[in-house]
Design a protein around this ligand. Structure first.
Ligand SMILES: O=C(O)CCC(=O)C(=O)O
Length: 356
């Protein structure tokens, strides 16, 4: 699995630089009639963006700005619901303990509480059970959020198409067609709808920020965010933090640990964080494009540094390891409920990473 032992808490150090993230136009990989030259231009710009930053803006994805705005509006509407309604689908009530609503401070990154609330959505297995990541999804009711479930599921289908176009572009820049073909098969995904209240000026960033610095665990993350500037920041090679402000109609995309591992860290899964000090409530919707559950991830031998060996692992084992701490807290909550005790305000501030 990706080596997480070397990761350290970089939540609040660094400084801003004015450097700009690159832009990749994916349109030629979504248009069957595009020319080879056009596809080459895209795969070359993607290759540069993955090596230099691991973060870039994506245009030419075919999803209209008004469609994307409608999803963000749904996100705002969800977080405007009364707390009791949101808590009725709290993750600790879900069959497998990881799907549904998380209150502010319940998502933990490197032992610090993120100042965000969220709705966590995973694909549902055909026969849901209480096994890890095998539960049924908790959705807001149709009465509370008409059309929400349909809109979110339709969005995941559209994003799989875009994610697969990137896998074809990477196959053109890196070779390994068979592996990138497999990465377009029965893709798993995770979607979060995240709500960020502004951090008060007096907020002690040592106890957590809006989202602590982390890398993402999957293949590619497509971030849809409302127009709030100055929140998401990306770590550049020199350790400075680059703002990744939203560009209307474009996604902010980053490489996750799976692609980083396959390419021997030549395509980088880059640290990023959110420090939202703006005035308005911010909503973002990251879509995590993932391999199929049982795909064996084995680094490309010719891209590994000499002497470095990474044991093959399956994507789903990797995801399970990443979600262990959420599950642990769910079990602790269930213990309190089973024994008819009131729930503790702070479930369990453990040393593990929930996400990233
Ligand atoms: O909200 C954002 O801008 C980023 C969220 C993020 O990094 C994550 O959920 O992994």
């Amino acid at each position: 699995m990706p080596d997480v032992s070397a990761l350290r808490d970089r939540s609040v150090d660094g400084h801003l630089s004015s450097a700009q993230l690159p832009v990749v136009d994916i349109a030629p990989y979504l248009d069957a009639s595009s020319s080879k030259e056009a596809r080459n231009a895209t795969s070359e710009s993607l290759d540069r963006a993955c090596r230099e930053f691991g973060f870039f803006y994506v245009t030419g994805h075919g999803l209209s700005p008004s469609y994307l705005d409608s999803l963000l509006s749904l996100g705002h509407r969800f977080f405007d619901l009364p707390m009791a309604t949101k808590e009725s689908i709290h993750i600790f009530k879900s069959q497998d303990g990881v799907r549904g609503y998380q209150r502010i401070g319940e998502n933990v990154t490197y032992a610090k509480r993120d100042q965000q609330e969220a709705l966590d959505i995973y694909p549902e297995p055909e026969i849901p059970s209480s096994a890890q990541l095998e539960g049924s999804q908790q959705w807001p009711t149709e009465e509370d959020m008409p059309g929400f479930r349909t809109a979110v599921l339709e969005y995941t289908e559209r994003m799989k198409v875009v994610g697969r176009a990137f896998m074809r572009a990477m196959a053109d820049s890196l070779g390994h067609e068979d592996v990138f073909e497999e990465l377009q098969t029965d893709n798993y995904w995770v979607l979060r709808v995240i709500g960020y209240p502004p951090l008060p000026a007096s907020f002690d960033t040592d106890t957590g920020i809006s989202c602590g610095a982390h890398t993402d665990y999957g293949c590619l993350t497509f971030l849809l965010a409302d127009p709030t500037p100055g929140a998401l920041q990306v770590e550049a090679k020199d350790g400075s933090w680059i703002p990744a402000d939203p560009v209307p109609g474009a996604f902010v995309v980053n490489i996750g640990d799976i692609i980083d591992t396959l390419t021997g860290h030549q395509y980088k899964s880059t640290y990023h964080r959110v420090i939202h000090r703006g005035e308005k409530y911010r909503v973002s919707i990251p879509f995590f494009f993932e391999p199929m559950r049982d795909m064996v991830i084995k680094p490309f031998a010719e891209m590994m540094a000499p002497g470095v060996k990474v044991e093959p692992f399956t994507y789903f084992d990797h995801l399970k390891a990443s979600s262990n701490s959420i599950l642990l807290r769910s079990m602790i909550y269930r213990h309190f409920v089973a024994n008819d005790q009131s729930l503790p305000d702070k479930p369990n501030s453990n040393e593990l990473t929930n996400r990233g």
